[in-house]
Structure formats: structure tokens, C-alpha cells
Design a protein around this ligand. Sequence first.
Ligand SMILES: NC(=O)c1ccc[n+]([C@@H]2O[C@H](COP(=O)([O-])OP(=O)(O)OC[C@H]3O[C@@H](n4cnc5c(N)ncnc54)[C@H](OP(=O)(O)O)[C@@H]3O)[C@@H](O)[C@H]2O)c1
Length: 282
Amino acid sequence: MEYIQFNNGLSLPVLGYGTLHIPPKDTKRCILEALQCGYRLIDTAASYFNEKEIGEAIRESGIPRNEIFIASKVWVQDAGYENTLKAFQTSLDKLQVDYLDLYLIHQPYSDYYGSWRALEELYQAGKIKAIGICNFSKERFVDLYLNSKILPMINQIEIHPFYQQDETIALMKNYDCQIQAWGPLNEGQREIFDNPVLKTISQKHQKSISQVILRWHLQKGIMMIPKTVHQERMEENINIFDFMLDDEDLSEIRKLDIGYSEIIDHQCYTTAKWLNKYKIHD
Ligand SMILES: NC(=O)c1ccc[n+]([C@@H]2O[C@H](COP(=O)([O-])OP(=O)(O)OC[C@H]3O[C@@H](n4cnc5c(N)ncnc54)[C@H](OP(=O)(O)O)[C@@H]3O)[C@@H](O)[C@H]2O)c1
């Protein structure tokens, strides 16, 4: 495993395990298998409805708490100072832990400034080791940065060969903010696992297409959290540290960028409407 250092000195594994769409009934098995494969960073969120099972699996694994990095997120419905403090405690209770390694604002909507004040306070109290955001565009990020006491340490955004976001990455790095790719495999869409360019590169290196994509993230200095419910794929996805993509590979992958997301459009007002309406509790 390789590690990425945040602007507060904390180091986190560059590659973690994503848990979106893993139903509660499968979560415990998946987490135990992921830990067995060597994953030590687990990404969840209040809105994934699997924090309780993740907590149970971590306890059952017997791996000391301080060897596992747990990330969770506050949902839009819980935006604002007071609500975020409450949501954070709910996540801790479900996960059965007394601190989080990473706590993120899930979406750039509603009163996220109030949420950020709560995150700053929890960070200063030692309840969160690192704080950050997700899905923040360049201008929202800079505005938050300029109005924060504690600077965002990470922005988790969609990145994969079809949506490379080079400008956003460059800007974040300029502000000493790390980037973590969600959907690093484009959620399997646009036939990514059959893409001819990626297939040629994978054959050249005797690696799978998934390994080529994840290695591409690694060489860009981006953290990533691929999700799979299959143990053989968990193993495949973590085994990316023994080969190098060369300049020719990188320039071929660069050409795959279509420049926009086919999964979600955070610039569109209907996304703001939809996510503000989406409730995860009464
Ligand atoms: N902050 C946010 O707004 C946000 C948004 C989305 C996701 N996330 C986080 O990012 C994580 C990753 O993103 P994601 O789950 O959306 O998508 P992803 O990791 O890009 O792709 C997951 C898909 O790829 C398949 N897959 C994984 N490894 C594979 C392999 N080696 N070969 C073939 N297929 C493979 C999985 O299928 P199987 O499971 O069937 O193997 C699943 O369908 C999430 O789980 C979540 O933790 C955050």
C-alpha cells in the first residue's frame, strides 16, 4: 500500500474500499473480505445505510481500531451546525467507534457552511482526524477555503478515464487539498471494462482493465475507493503496486476524456433540487 499525506500531516492509504450500494445484508461479509485482502480505508456515508454493519464487521475482524481508517459523510438533510453535530454522533454510534478518521460534507448543498463549522469543532476536539468535502466545484471550493478556519484536507469527486477533471485536480493541489476519486471505475458504465484502448494497455502489461484504470489514478497522485462485492475483484483492485504505465499509455488514456459526467451533473439546478429532497431519515 502507498499513503498520501494530508495538509495536517495525517497519512491515509491511497486506495480504500467503497461501499455505496452494498446492501446491509452483504456488508459484513464484504468488509471482512476487504480487510482480509488488505484494505484499511473504508468509505461509507450516512446515506449508504450500512454504517452499522461496517462497525460490526470491523469489531469482528479483531484488527485494532487504529489500524483501520474509517470515512463517513454528512448528508444534505443534516446540513447546518447543530444537525451535523447530531448526524456525526449517529454515525459514531452506528459504527461503534469514538472517532472517525475522515468526515466529509457529502454534497455542496444546503447549509454546508454550518456543517463546516461543526466539522472544524469536532476536528479540534480530536473526534475527527481529517475533514473534507465531496463534489465541490472549483468556485465553491475556493469560497469555502477562503472562509474556513481549518482548510479542507480532501475533496472526494468523480474521476475516471472518461471524466478526468485535470483543472479541478490542479486547483485542489494548489490549495494543498488532496483528491479522492469516487466512481474510479465509472461504476462500470460506458462499457469501461471492454474499452479497446484500455484493453490494449491491459494486454501490454498483463494486467486487468480495472488494474490499469486504478494504476492510472495512482500515477496521477489521486486517492481512490473502488467498490466491488466480489472478493476476487477486491484482490484484483488492490494489486496495482507492481507495474507502471508509460507515457504512451498515459497519452492514450488522456484521449478518452469526454469532459463531463454521465453519472451526475452537479452544475445542474435539478441535481440541487433532487438531492435537497432526498431524505435519509424522518
Ligand atoms: N461522495 C460521493 O458523492 C460519492 C458518490 C459515489 C460513490 N462514492 C464512493 O466511491 C465508491 C466507489 O464508487 P462507485 O461504487 O460509485 O463506483 P466504482 O467503484 O467506479 O465501480 C463499481 C462498479 O464496478 C464493478 N467492479 C469493481 N471492480 C471490478 C473489477 N475488478 N472488474 C469488473 N467490475 C468491477 C462493481 O461491480 P461488483 O460490485 O459487482 O463487482 C460495480 O458495479 C463508492 O462505493 C462510495 O464509497 C462517493
